[in-house]
Design a protein around this ligand. Structure first.
Ligand code: G4P
Length: 528
């Protein structure tokens, strides 16, 4: 039976997993997919990172074992529909990550039980806090020697300044990790390993003094568990949904993704805790998901996802209204009507045409070259999204084709990868044909170089330039010095490039009335 519009919204959850590389994000995503039956075993997508993975597909990712591009996965479980948006793990991709986090309503913070909160987790956590996204914590790898649960909770609280409330409690760790205790229903979920190391269905036990628990843990470990659980109930703060939604607390779960211990318990609670699709802050105020008109925005572009589909994909988050294939929508930046004939759901390298979608969903739209990250589409009100993240680059290089010819494929590669946000493109103020590429981190340039070669057949040399600071000019006053370097961004706005913070401050002081901006002028205005 088809659900009505409000029920479709209510059953959706749109999330991202934030973690430090190697904490187990790929493994957890795959295991969550497994519960929905979404992993197709025949050839195309299989469990296991080194076969064909769900979310990593590019050559550079396979070589380096990192995830640099964001895709989306969908998990159906118990009547709920989870959209899990992949965030790149590497720090140089913070720009991409920021954008993906614009499109979710909650985040799963994944920690390694042996390490606790790591550097990249701290950065991503801050982004979630800035955006007001509630965070659910999963402490992974409990099957390995781990810090004690109390140490882990304390670590989260001290480093991230958020109260950590355990919703489950691990029973043992490392070789002795036996399962989890669910505080809500006061039940133990025991797991058993099989020869292949995989789990057997959990045994659920309601009483901590049960013989099965005592016997399988041994007297000493059992006594410790009883003591710990008493302490947890007495000493630790209570969970409330309101505190969670306002990021005052993070609910914490323990488990082991690789052995599946605790993963299904986590999934069940995740769908209850995570909020349904939220309204979005736009230039016209909050747009509610239940609004009668269709609307949404592009949070990511990706070219060449699949060699057999050589096109550009815009990842689009639906904010309000029902999406129907073939509908005409307005693209506000260009003022054009666009007909959305081939929307699809993305699944690793595969794509499936979809006929309808609802708020919270992410759909792939083929980009004929008009869409940019941050653009809005709607059948109703005209709006834009303030504060769509954009960063001032700190690394610059000239791009030179090895052949010496600025061929069509060279220009196309630079343009498309710029549009995707792999790097930012600037043109030099003297109208030279040599593009300047700019990045926030080093790896971005390497990815750009490698993708120019593998996808556009263009070997390029990057000639590094000595600039480290980029500033847009806010008013009519230009720096008084004639020796500075100017360039234009992709929208033709003038920027000044400085070698150092010192040089920038010097010119700021020397020129009266000079307004130097860290972001392009209208984004500043829109951000208020
Ligand atoms: P990432 O996407 O966050 O970078 O992490 P990924 O899932 O790739 O996991 C990183 C490594 O940690 C992998 O091992 C993976 O098997 C392992 N791992 C993930 N979850 C668990 C867990 O719950 N327990 C244990 N013990 N290990 C876990 P690898 O040796 O790098 O790769 P592989 O050859 O095993 O695939």
């Amino acid at each position: 039976m088809a659900l009505d519009f409000t029920a479709e919204i209510a059953r959706r959850r749109t999330l991202a997993i934030i973690s430090h590389p190697d904490a187990g994000k790929t493994t957890l995503t795959e295991k969550l997919l497994l519960y929905s039956g979404a992993i197709r075993s025949a050839g195309n997508v299989m469990v296991g990172k080194h076969k064909a993975t769900v979310s990593d597909w590019m050559a550079i990712e396979q070589q380096r074992g990192i995830s640099v591009s964001s895709s989306a996965a969908r998990v159906e479980y118990d009547g709920y529909l989870l959209n899990i948006l992949d965030t790149p793990g590497h720090q140089d991709f913070s720009e991409d990550t920021y954008r993906t986090l614009m499109a979710v309503d909650a985040a799963i913070m994944l920690l390694d039980a042996g390490k606790g909160v790591e550097e990249q987790t701290i950065k991503l956590f801050k982004v979630c806090r800035d955006r007001g996204i509630p965070i659910i914590t999963f402490i992974n790898k409990m099957d390995r020697p781990a810090l004690s649960p109390f140490e882990l909770l304390d670590n989260v609280e001290k480093v991230l300044n958020i109260t950590a409330v355990p919703m489950s409690w691990p029973v043992g760790d490392g070789q002795d990790f036996r399962g989890v205790y669910e505080r809500e229903d006061k039940r133990f979920h025991f797991f058993e390993r099989t020869v292949g190391g995989m789990f057997k269905a959990p045994v659920t036990i309601a009483d901590v003094h049960d013989e099965h628990i005592r016997a399988s843990l041994g007297e000493k470990a059992h006594a410790k568990l009883v003591e710990d659980l008493e302490l947890v109930e007495v000493v630790l703060p209570q969970f409330t949904q309101d505190d969670f939604l306002h990021e005052r607390i993070t609910p914490v779960f323990f488990g082991s993704a690789i052995t599946n211990f605790g993963v299904e318990n986590f999934l069940q609670r995740l769908i209850e805790l995570a909020p349904p699709p939220q309204g979005m802050n736009s230039s016209q105020g909050i747009i509610a998901p239940e609004s009668s008109f269709f609307s949404g925005f592009m949070y990511k572009m990706q070219a060449n996802m699949n060699k057999s589909h050589r096109d550009r994909i815009a990842f689009f988050r639906i904010v309000s209204g029902k999406f129907e294939r073939g509908m005409s929508v307005k693209h506000f930046r260009s003022g054009k009507e666009v007909k959305l004939n081939y929307p699809f759901q993305i699944f690793g390298q595969d794509r499936e045409i979809i006929d309808e979608a609802f708020p919270g969903d992410v759909i792939g739209l083929s980009n004929p070259g008009v869409f940019r990250v941050g653009d809005a589409l709607s059948t109703g009100t005209d709006f834009s999204i303030p504060q769509f993240p954009r960063f001032a680059p700190e690394i610059y290089a000239k791009v030179l084709p090895k052949t010496g010819s600025f061929s069509k494929s060279f220009r196309k590669g630079v343009e498309q990868l710029g549009e995707e946000g792999v790097i930012q493109i600037f043109t030099d103020a003297h109208a030279s044909p040599i593009p300047l590429v700019a990045a926030v981190g080093e790896l971005q340039l390497q990815v750009f170089q490698s993708r120019m070669e593998s996808e556009y057949n263009e070997i390029i040399n990057l000639e590094r330039l000595p600039f480290t600071r980029t500033r847009w000019i806010g008013g009519d006053v230009l720096p008084s010095s004639t020796t500075l370097t100017y360039a234009f961004d992709d929208q033709g706005r003038r920027v000044v490039l400085f070698r150092s913070e010192w040089e920038m401050n010097y010119h700021q002081e020397q020129t009266k009335g000079l307004i130097l901006l860290e972001k392009p002028p209208e984004e500043q205005i829109a951000a208020g």
